[in-house]
Design a protein around this ligand. Structure first.
Ligand code: SAM
Length: 261
C-alpha cells in the first residue's frame, strides 16, 4: 500500500529454512511489508507468512534485478522486504543494494528508510548440527568463482589453511563446479592431517537436511551440493561421539579439578 510517506526498504535474513530459526524481528518486518522481493526458492520457504502480499520473485543470477525492483518499489512509498536466506549481509544482497544505490540512486537515499535485519546464517546453523566446530578462529570461504577469480579463492584457501583456521566452505559444489571442493581439500591437505575432522551439512533445518561427519580425506563429494556447507576442523578439532568439537583452550589453561586459577 502506498501511503505517500517515506518508503522503507528492509533487507531481511530469513534464516536457513526452518521458520523457528527466523528471528522474531524478521517475521515482524516481513508481516508488516507491502511487497516481498526474493529468489523464488526463498519466497517458497516463507510462503505461510506472505499470503495476500505483493510478491516479486526471480530466479538465481537475477540478483541485480531483484535489488532494483525492491529499491524502485520502496521509492514509491511502499514498505518492501527484500528477503535473503540466512543473513542478508553474508554472501547475500545487503552489500549489493548499497552498491546499486550508491551508483544510481544516491539522490533518493534521504527519502528512504533502509534497514538490515540479521538472520541465522548457514554457517552457525550447520555448526550447531555438527556440535561445536567454530569455538576457535575460523575463516569462511566461498568456492563460487562466478564473481571471484579462482586464483584469489585458492590464495585465501592457502592462507586460511596455513594459519590453522577452522575453514567453512560456502557454495562448495554445483553442477557446473564439480571439482572446486576437491581442489580446496587438496590445498588444506598440504597443511593438515588427512584425519582432520570435516562436516558436511546439507539443507540445514530444511526437510531434506543431512549431516555427515567424516575426515577431510573422505569427504563424500557426490553428496555435496549448492545447499551444503562444509566445515573443516583446525589441527586441534576432534570428534567425540556424534559431535565435532574445536577446543577453545579452557582445558589447557584451567584444571578441571582445581577450579579457575
Ligand atoms: C549465496 S550463499 C547465501 C548465504 C546466506 N546468506 C547465509 O547467510 O547463510 C548460498 C550458500 O549458503 C550455504 N547455505 C545456504 N543455506 C544453507 C542450508 N540451509 N544448509 C547448508 N548450507 C546452506 C550453501 O553453501 C549455499 O551454497
Amino acid at each position: 500500500m502506498n501511503t505517500g510517506s517515506r518508503g522503507r526498504l528492509c533487507i531481511v535474513g530469513i534464516g536457513p529454512g526452518d521458520p523457528d530459526l527466523m528471528t522474531l524481528k524478521a517475521r515482524t518486518v516481513i508481516e508488516s511489508s507491502d511487497t516481498i522481493v526474493g529468489y523464488t526458492k526463498y519466497i517458497d520457504l516463507i510462503g505461510d507468512i506472505i499470503k495476500g502480499k505483493k510478491v516479486v520473485s526471480t530466479g538465481m543470477t537475477h540478483e541485480i534485478q531483484r535489488c532494483i525492483l525492491a529499491i524502485e518499489d520502496a521509492l514509491k512509498g511502499n514498505t518492501v522486504s527484500l528477503v535473503c536466506s540466512g543473513d542478508p549481509g553474508i554472501y547475500a544482497m545487503a552489500g549489493l543494494v548499497f552498491e546499486i544505490m550508491k551508483e544510481g540512486y544516491s539522490d533518493a537515499l534521504s527519502g528512504m528508510d533502509i534497514s538490515i535485519v540479521p538472520g541465522v546464517t548457514a554457517l552457525t546453523a550447520s555448526a550447531a548440527l555438527l556440535g561445536a566446530p567454530l569455538m576457535h578462529d575460523f575463516a569462511t570461504i566461498s568456492l563460487s568463482d562466478r564473481l571471484t577469480p579462482w586464483a584469489l579463492i585458492e590464495k585465501r584457501l592457502y592462507a586460511a589453511s596455513e594459519a590453522d583456521f577452522v575453514i567453512a566452505l560456502y557454495n562448495p559444489r554445483s553442477r557446473g563446479r564439480r571439482d572446486h571442493l576437491r581442489r580446496a581439500v587438496e590445498i588444506v591437505l598440504e597443511f593438515r592431517s588427512p584425519s582432520t575432522p570435516a562436516g558436511v551439512v546439507r539443507a540445514a533445518s530444511r526437510e531434506n537436511e543431512e549431516v555427515i561427519i567424516t575426515r577431510i580425506d573422505s569427504i563424500p563429494y557426490d553428496l555435496v551440493d549448492m545447499e551444503s556447507t562444509v566445515i573443516i576442523g583446525n589441527s586441534e578439532t576432534f570428534v567425540w561421539d556424534r559431535f565435532v568439537i574445536t577446543p577453545r583452550g579452557y582445558n589447557k589453561k584451567y584444571s578441571r579439578f582445581d577450579g579457575n586459577k
